[in-house]
Write a protein that binds this ligand. Structure first.
Ligand code: SF4
Length: 242
């Protein structure tokens, strides 16, 4: 994927989970625009405005409605919203230009000065507290909030909110856990930096079913198919330019 996307800059092939990706982005957008709304009617109006952009089929209506109903109830009890879809870019090692970059779905400030970082998840697989304690994305968010808002780790909760079921799972990280996370991530950056561009072998992983380059991936296709598909994408790229 790295070679196809960033070196050859070829267009992707789409993903067989594209519908799920679109549905997730659609729900995120409704929550981003409608976090102040208090009734279903207003959220449904936003959904209708956004539906065409995310190509969400009408068969997904029931799932969408339960997400919105759950959201209305859950949203009522939250504190002050500090941001939605906040882009964060926080240096981890300024001298060597290593930054943590991410987009946080929502940041809430409680009346006690604590922060709640929320990541909306529309996938079917929900994580338990124990698994979330190992979540690198949430650790990064905790680090970013700690730096940006100058708040101690014991006042930062990081959570997954699953609107399909209404489940909410929150965890807190210690300074020790975040320091360890930073060390491991920084070492990973150096390992990647030391590699040569042709040392990025395709490695099968949990995200392969979401990968838009899977159709030209040597882990899943023969060499001849990979070559043929790359040639086709090169031709497509050329045609798109002209
Ligand atoms: S399908 Fe998986 S292994 Fe292949 S390029 Fe995509 S992410 Fe990498």
């Amino acid at each position: 994927k790295y070679r196809l996307k960033y070196i050859l800059k070829l267009p992707g092939f789409g993903s067989k989970n594209e519908d799920a990706l679109n549905f997730g982005s659609f729900i995120h957008k409704i929550f981003e625009l409608g976090y102040k709304e208090k009734d279903m009617k207003s959220l449904l109006r936003i959904a209708e405005q956004e539906r065409a952009t995310y190509k969400v089929p009408f068969r997904d209506n029931d799932r969408m409605k339960s997400c919105l109903e759950n959201f209305i109830i859950w949203n009522q009890g939250l504190g002050e919203t500090m941001s939605t879809e906040q882009v964060v870019n926080v240096p981890m090692d300024e001298k060597h230009d290593i930054n943590f970059i991410g987009v946080i779905d929502r940041v809430i400030k409680g009346s006690d000065g604590g922060y709640l970082v929320i990541d909306y998840k529309t996938s079917k697989r929900e994580k338990k507290k124990k698994t979330l304690m190992d979540d690198n994305q949430l650790k990064g968010y905790a680090w970013a909030i700690h730096k940006l808002y100058d708040v101690p780790y014991n006042k930062i909760y990081c959570a997954h909110y699953y609107p399909v079921t209404g489940n909410f799972v929150a965890v807190k990280f210690s300074k020790f856990q975040i320091d360890r996370w930073k060390k491991v991530q920084t070492e990973k950056v150096w390992r990647i930096r030391k590699k040569k561009k042709d040392e990025f072998w395709a490695q099968e992983n949990v995200f392969c079913d979401w990968c838009e380059y899977k159709e030209a991936c040597p882990r899943f296709e023969s060499e001849s198919v990979v070559c043929q598909r790359i040639d086709e994408q090169k031709a497509l790229k050329k045609a798109q330019k002209s």
